[in-house]
Design a protein. Structure first.
Ligand SMILES: *Cc1c(COP(=O)(O)O)cnc(C)c1O
Length: 398
C-alpha cells in the first residue's frame, strides 16, 4: 500500500484520537534509522517516545522475540513462567526493589502502584489512608486513575468525575508538599525527571527532602520511572542520580524495546501487602514479553549503554550550549543523559520540528517552545554531530 491509501484507510476506520498525524508510515528500521513506504531514510531522535532504547531491529532483541514465539507465547500466570522469574530477578539484582509484578504498559504499572499503596495501609489498619499526592505538570498515563494522578488538565477535562483523592503540588517545593500531607495521605507519586511536560528534573535537595517527609510521616514514596528509567538519563534508574530510594517504582516504555511490557517494583515490606488474589493480569508477565524484556535489560546493562547515555548526553548538552552564543532564540537545554528538552524564547518548536522532519530527523515537541530529544541509547558522536549541524543551519532562519 502507498501512503495515500494507508492515510485514507486510517481516516475511515481508526478512532480519531491522533488527528492529522505526521504524513509518513515507516516500514522498517535498523539502529538509529527508519525507512518509510517511499524508501526515504530518517534518523530517529525520539525512539517512539523513549521506547526504542536499543534502536531498531537489534539482533539480540529480534532473536529473543522469534525464538520465544516459536516455543510458547502465552500460558497465563496460573502456571510458573521461567522468563517471568528471570526478568524479575534481573530487575531486583540491579535495583532497590525486592519484588516485581509485570503489567502491559506504564499506566497499568502505575495503577498497580496506586493499588499497592492503598492496600498497604488498609492491611496495616489505616483504612482512611488513601490520598496520593502528585506533582503539577506530571504525566502518569491515560487510564481513569492515572489521569487523575496526572497534573495536566488537558488529559482530564471531559472525563469527570475524576477518580478521587489525588492532590497536586508544585515541583521542587517542599513547603507546599509538607502543607498538603495529612492523616489521609498514603503516598507521594512523582517522576524524578518529568518527561511529557517538557523535561523538568526534580532537584537533589527536593527529592531528599521528599524522602525525609515520607519517612517522618510514614508515607510511601513512589517513583514513576516509566520514561526516565532504564538508562535513559545515564544511570539505570533516575533515582540513582539523587541518592534516594523509593518504596515502589514503575517501569515500562524502554523495557520491551518496543514490545509492550510494564513493571511494578517494590521493597519487600510493601510488596508483601499483596496476597494471592489481590492483583492480577491476563497478559502481564507472559513468556514472550518477559523474554524480550530480559534481552533488552541485559543488553542495556552488559553493553554499557547507561555509560554511553551519560557520555553522549553530556556531549549533546555541550554542543547545544555552544550554539547558544550564536543563536539568540535558544534559551535553555535541560534534562539528564539522553532525556533532553531544548527551550526557545519564541514559539518556534512546531515549525522547527517540521523543518527537521523535512531534513529526515524525527523529534518531538512540548507546547510551542520546547523541542524534545529522546534518541536511542546506542547513539554515537557522529549521529549527534550530524544532527547539530542541521539544527544550527535551521535555527539561523529564526
Ligand atoms: C509514557 C508514560 C506513562 C504511560 O505509559 P503508557 O505505556 O503509555 O501507559 C506513565 N508515566 C510516564 C512518566 C510516562 O512517560
Amino acid at each position: 500500500m502507498d501512503l495515500q491509501e494507508i492515510m485514507q484507510k486510517d481516516q475511515q476506520y481508526y478512532m480519531n484520537t491522533f488527528g492529522k498525524r505526521v504524513p509518513v508510515c515507516f516500514t522498517h528500521g535498523k539502529g538509529m534509522s527508519l525507512w518509510d513506504t517511499e524508501g526515504n531514510e530518517y534518523q530517529d531522535f525520539f525512539s517512539g517516545i523513549a521506547v526504542s532504547a536499543l534502536g531498531h531491529s537489534l539482533p539480540a532483541v529480534v532473536k529473543a522475540i522469534c525464538e520465544q514465539a516459536q516455543k510458547i507465547i502465552h500460558c497465563s500466570s496460573l502456571y510458573y513462567i521461567e522468563q517471568q522469574a528471570n526478568l524479575a530477578e534481573l530487575i531486583v539484582r540491579n535495583s532497590c526493589a525486592d519484588r516485581v509484578f509485570f503489567a502491559n504498559s506504564g499506566a497499568e504499572a502505575n495503577e498497580g502502584a496506586i493499588k499497592l499503596a492503598r492496600l498497604y495501609y488498609k492491611k496495616k489498619g489505616f483504612p482512611n489512608r488513601f490520598e496520593i499526592i502528585t506533582l503539577d505538570k506530571s504525566f502518569h498515563g491515560r487510564t481513569l486513575a492515572t489521569i487523575a494522578a496526572t497534573g495536566q488538565e488537558k488529559y482530564q477535562k471531559d472525563y469527570s468525575p475524576l477518580t478521587p483523592k489525588f492532590l497536586k503540588v508544585p515541583i521542587n517545593n517542599l513547603e507546599a508538599l509538607e502543607n498538603t500531607i495529612c492523616d489521609e495521605t498514603c503516598a507521594i507519586l512523582l517522576e524524578p525527571i518529568q518527561g511529557e511536560s517538557g523535561v523538568n528534573p526534580t532537584t537533589i535537595e527536593y527529592l531528599r527532602g521528599v524522602r525525609e517527609l515520607c519517612d517522618k510521616n510514614e508515607i510511601l514514596l513512589i517513583f514513576d520511572e516509566v520514561q526516565c528509567g532504564l538508562g535513559r538519563t545515564g544511570k539505570l534508574f533516575g533515582y540513582q542520580h539523587y541518592g534516594v530510594e523509593p518504596d515502589i517504582f514503575t517501569l515500562a516504555k524502554a523495557l520491551g524495546g518496543g514490545f509492550p511490557i510494564g513493571a511494578l517494583c517494590a521493597k519487600e515490606y510493601v510488596a508483601s501487602a499483596f496476597s494471592p488474589g489481590d492483583h492480577g493480569s491476563t497478559f502481564g508477565g507472559n513468556p514472550l514479553a518477559c523474554n524480550t524484556g530480559y534481552a533488552v535489560l541485559s543488553t542495556i546493562i552488559n553493553d554499557g549503554l547507561c555509560e554511553n547515555a551519560a557520555t553522549l548526553g553530556e556531549y549533546f548538552f555541550e554542543r547545544i550550549n555552544a550554539l547558544k552564543e550564536k543563536i539568540p532564540v535558544l534559551e535553555e537545554v535541560r534534562g539528564k543523559g539522553l532525556m533532553i528538552g531544548i527551550q526557545f524564547n519564541k514559539p518556534i518548536a512546531k515549525e522547527l520540528n517540521q523543518m527537521l522532519f523535512a531534513r529526515k530527523y524525527l523529534l518531538g515537541t512540548v507546547g510551542d517552545n520546547i523541542l524534545r530529544v529522546l534518541p536511542p541509547l546506542i547513539i554515537t558522536r557522529k549521529d549527534i554531530d550530524g544532527f547539530i549541524s542541521v539544527l544550527e543551519e535551521l535555527l539561523c532562519e529564526f
